[in-house]
Structures are given as C-alpha cells and as structure tokens.
Ligand binder design. Structure first.
Ligand code: FES
Length: 72
C-alpha cells in the first residue's frame, strides 16, 4: 500500500490490518481503510485514525528514483 501524503513524498505500509489481518483496501480522505471492521490509518505514518485497531500499520521503506518507486 503506497500513499503520497504530500507531492513527491511517498510512504509504503503493509496491507495487512493489525486488527484481525484483513487486507486494507482503499485510501480515501487521508486514511487507509480496512473493510472488515472499519479501522482507518493515517496515510502520513500509518497510525490509527479510527479503531477498533490499536496498532499502526507496519511501515515499509520505499526508494523513489525518477518516476519509479521501489520497496526496500
Ligand atoms: S481486520 Fe481490519 S478492522 Fe478488523
């Protein structure tokens, strides 16, 4: 799950919801949303914006070079 909190700034997070392990599916209104129980995570740092999740999404490292984004 890759987000762009600000132009040119990219963040990547695990798509596995820390609540019960569903895959988070959509990014809307500044949050990454889990369809299973409605948890929302901030696109800026993966922290919980709305429960029931209590743990943040795990952040992955991304490298931006030119027009491409790579994990790692
Ligand atoms: S598994 Fe994502 S909110 Fe429950």
């Amino acid at each position: 799950m890759v987000t762009q909190p600000a132009p040119g700034e990219f963040k990547a997070f695990s798509a596995i919801c820390p609540h019960r392990g569903c895959s988070v599916q959509e990014v809307t209104g500044g949050t990454i949303n889990c369809p299973c129980h409605g948890s929302k995570f901030k696109i800026s740092d993966g922290s919980v914006a709305k429960g029931p999740a209590t743990e943040p999404l795990a952040e992955a490292k991304v490298t931006v070079s030119g027009d491409s984004i790579a994990l790692g």
